[in-house]
Design a protein around this ligand. Structure first.
Ligand code: GLN
Length: 479
């Protein structure tokens, strides 16, 4: 079997058993990263990766992640490796520190091979808002990989790396995982430190793993969770993440969100989701319909709150505090030459929307009202979880769409996250696993749980993954 076909857990085992070396693994993956058939990477750190692999190979005892390669979304700061968040504003920026979550993985022995493409400042659902290039879906190069963490998802589906990190504000891990036929998880808000994650909407942003198996996602998560003194919203996690072992779902109650199964869900997506619900029942769970009446208001709520937060977070990019300093005669010219030129159209649209929603005359009408709807959504989830253990829905209403199909219509693009956003607003954990194909393209099933139910979610997703036996290899991929 080719080294690139091993899961991360298998790579760890092979390293611990002395069957391969980290340098061998890194070289095998770097060859694919450098060829980059799907345009997943913005920066590659080949020399640094080989150097760290040699250092780990020379250790008397291997650290727990043993020298396995990983790719990191370009929204996460990595010391000395260019970090752009997909924007011209940060072109050539070399951070002076590494994000806590990445540092924790490196301390555990993971080897960063490069930074992955993304929608500018994580705003988008197709990675086409990247200021640099389009990433291609490994299953069909004419289609988008999803977004905003499209590069991280594509790199794992293409087996350039066994796993990667993304960030999810309204769906940016789960939706690209679904469109690329892999596993993606957004943990509970506060589970992973956001220190070093370039902020988009701070009350929603969370880092999380992409992998080809649920076990690998758990393994990665396990080394990132827990309180970080550098992020006051991060939380202690007694007990931590355990590796999933469940083989059935006996006794579990799974609610199907009625509002997310109706209009707008592609028929092929529905068929695949319905058959995985049947598999959930066959594994011993009870499947019941659940109503979240405000779920469909999530999208409108999110598109007030996220832009409001982004208009504040992105104020720092003015060429004075952050971003490229441009010599200008006056402040207005300076703003025009930095914020005016170096932000892309979607980022500017969001900043304008957010500034409008926060303006004194409109604050209560938009921002205040959106906050109240957010609270309603939180309460509806709480009520639902009194009756069921997990909630199921499609991850994305459609399979991967053709490149260019939605770039002229922001609203059509926003709809890609209709199923993932409610969970984000409630700050809950959710995982997307591939559950079948529609027209030859992967379909994702989203499972969500109450806050800090990650272990149950991972265990259930693991049991279901085994039953569904989805083949994550894209057609024609040669490793
Ligand atoms: N697609 C959504 C947006 O454009 C979500 C993005 C994200 O989760 N970062 O805002």
């Amino acid at each position: 079997m080719a080294l690139r076909d091993l899961t991360a857990a298998e790579q760890v085992a092979a390293l611990q058993a002395g069957e391969t070396t980290s340098l061998e693994l890194v070289d095998a993956h770097l060859a694919a990263v450098e060829a980059d058939d799907v345009e997943a990477f913005l920066a590659i750190d080949g020399d640094g990766a080989r150097e760290r692999a040699r250092a780990i190979d020379a250790m008397p005892e291997r650290p727990p992640l043993a020298g396995v390669p990983i790719a990191i979304k370009d929204a996460l700061s990595t010391r000395d490796i260019v970090t752009t968040s997909g924007s011209r504003m940060l072109e050539g920026f070399r951070p002076v520190y590494t994000a806590t979550c990445v540092q924790r993985l490196q301390d555990a022995g993971a080897i960063v091979v490069g930074k992955t493409n993304m929608d500018e400042f994580a705003m988008g659902s197709s990675t086409e808002n990247s200021a640099y290039k389009n990433t291609l879906n490994p299953w069909d190069h004419q289609r988008v990989p999803g977004g905003s963490s499209g590069g991280s998802a594509a790199s794992v589906a293409q087996r350039q790396v066994p796993w990667s990190l993304g960030s999810d504000t309204g769906g940016s891990i789960r939706q690209p995982a679904a469109l690329c036929g892999i596993v993606g998880m957004k943990p509970t808000y506060g589970a992973i430190s956001r220190y070093g994650l370039i902020a988009f909407a701070s009350s929603l942003d969370q880092v999380g793993p992409f992998a080809r198996t649920v076990e690998d996602a758990a393994l990665l998560l396990r080394h990132m969770v827990g309180r970080d003194p550098m992020d006051s919203t991060s939380l202690d996690w007694p007990g931590g993440i355990t590796l999933p072992t469940a083989t059935d779902l006996a006794g579990l109650r799974v609610g199907v969100v009625e509002e997310l199964m109706g209009e707008g869900i592609e028929p092929g997506v529905r068929v695949a989701v319905d058959s995985s619900l049947k598999a959930i029942e066959d594994l011993g769970a009870t499947v019941v319909p659940v109503s979240l009446p405000s779920a469909l208001s999530g999208l409108a709520t999110y598109y007030v709150l996220a832009p409001a937060e982004c208009s504040s977070n992105l104020a720092r990019f003015d060429g004075i505090r952050y971003g490229h300093p441009v010599p200008a005669d006056n402040l207005l010219d300076q703003y025009e030459m930095t914020r005016g030129q170096l932000f892309g159209p979607e980022v500017k649209r969001r900043i304008m929307l957010g500034t409008f929603a926060l303006a004194s005359g409109y604050y209560d009408q938009y921002y205040g009202r959106a906050q109240r709807v957010r609270t309603l959504i939180v309460r509806e989830f709480e009520a639902a979880f009194e009756d069921v253990d997990l909630l199921a829905s499609p991850t994305s209403p459609t399979v991967a769409f053709p490149l260019g199909d939605r770039t002229a219509d922001p609203y059509a693009m926003y709809l890609a996250d209709v199923c993932t956003i409610p969970v984000s607003l409630a700050g809950l954990p959710a995982i997307s696993i591939p559950c079948g194909l529609s027209e030859g393209l992967p379909v994702g099933l989203q499972l969500a749980g109450p806050a800090f139910s990650e272990n149950r979610l991972l265990d259930s997703a693991h049991a279901l993954e085994k039953a569904l036996a989805f083949d994550t290899r894209p057609p024609g991929l040669v490793t």
